[in-house]
Design a protein. Structure first.
Length: 284
């Protein structure tokens, strides 16, 4: 632990209603000695996974807003929050991806530091059922009851909606109620993606928190501020046949959240050339 780190012994408040403290607190304590306290502010007001309250902005803006809610409520200058986005992977639309972002807001030094992690291992299943359908195969795929479920009408009315379902008895009662309320007599059953109800998502948040802890422990070589790390990736590796630049990483730029200092760091040797199969000219 860095006893001489500027965050050593300080307290940051974590905005969470969904038991994220064990995921985010320990890495920060181990890396820089920052104490993290959870505060159950109403983060649902900024958007929910069920969509009954839409998220108003990008994930980073939402995470910063969550942190500031807790900071304001607790009277702290240091705040933490996380935000997840689960859906089709942009590069592989048939694969569900979970991207988790964890942010530290430091109003004392006027900086914001964040890191993220993406995974295809999240459980995010959904199905539409009638009241007497056999849910056995779906429940096995959804890893129930380890992963909790949500049930709501599939059409007509958005209510009732049952969250945090973790037993067959609760599930049966919710399906009966929702099929009765639905216009078409069907209920939608889906993974409850809130962090406390979805262990596979918790694993992704934990990695993002570890990355944030590592970044905060790195300090700017110019001003000493916490949060030194990658801010940009430079693309462009020459094709070995024609020299046309291929969109592959050649360098990364590390930067500081507090000052303008940055440094370019090559990630491959300058004499590396791209395979012509990747070239937009040689292999259009």
């Amino acid at each position: 632990m860095g006893a001489d780190h500027p965050y050593a012994g300080q307290v940051a408040v974590l905005a969470t209603k969904h038991q994220k403290l064990p995921l985010i607190g320990p890495p920060l304590a181990d890396a820089v000695g920052l104490r993290v306290e959870a505060l159950a502010v109403d983060t649902d007001a900024l958007g929910t996974f069920t969509g009954d309250i839409p998220r108003q902005g990008p994930p980073l803006d939402t995470a910063i807003a969550k942190a500031r809610l807790a900071m304001s409520a607790a009277g702290r200058l240091l705040g933490l929050a996380s935000e997840g986005s689960i859906g089709p992977d942009p590069a592989l639309p048939f694969v569900t991806a979970d991207q988790e972002l964890v942010v530290l807001v430091d109003d004392g030094n006027g900086i914001v530091v964040w890191e993220s992690h993406s995974s295809w291992d999240v459980v995010a299943e959904a199905t539409t059922v009638a009241a007497d359908d056999d849910l056995g195969p779906f429940l096995a795929k959804a890893r129930f009851p380890e992963h909790q479920l949500i049930v709501r009408p599939s059409s007509g009315t958005p209510h009732p909606i049952y969250k945090g379902i973790s037993s067959i008895q609760e599930l049966t009662a919710a399906v009966v109620a929702c099929t009765a309320a639905a216009g078409g007599g069907l209920a939608r059953v889906e993974t409850d993606l809130r962090a406390h109800a979805c262990p596979s998502r918790r694993a992704v948040i934990a990695v993002a928190a570890e990355r944030l802890a590592s970044r905060i422990s790195a300090r700017c070589p110019s001003c000493g501020a916490p949060g030194w790390g990658r801010i940009e990736v430079l693309l462009g590796v020459p094709c070995s046949w024609c020299g046309t630049e291929v969109a592959r990483p050649r360098a990364e730029i590390d930067g500081c959240p507090a000052c303008d200092h940055n440094e370019t760091r090559p990630v491959i040797s300058p004499d590396v050339r791209a395979n012509p199969r990747e070239c937009p000219y040689c292999n259009p």
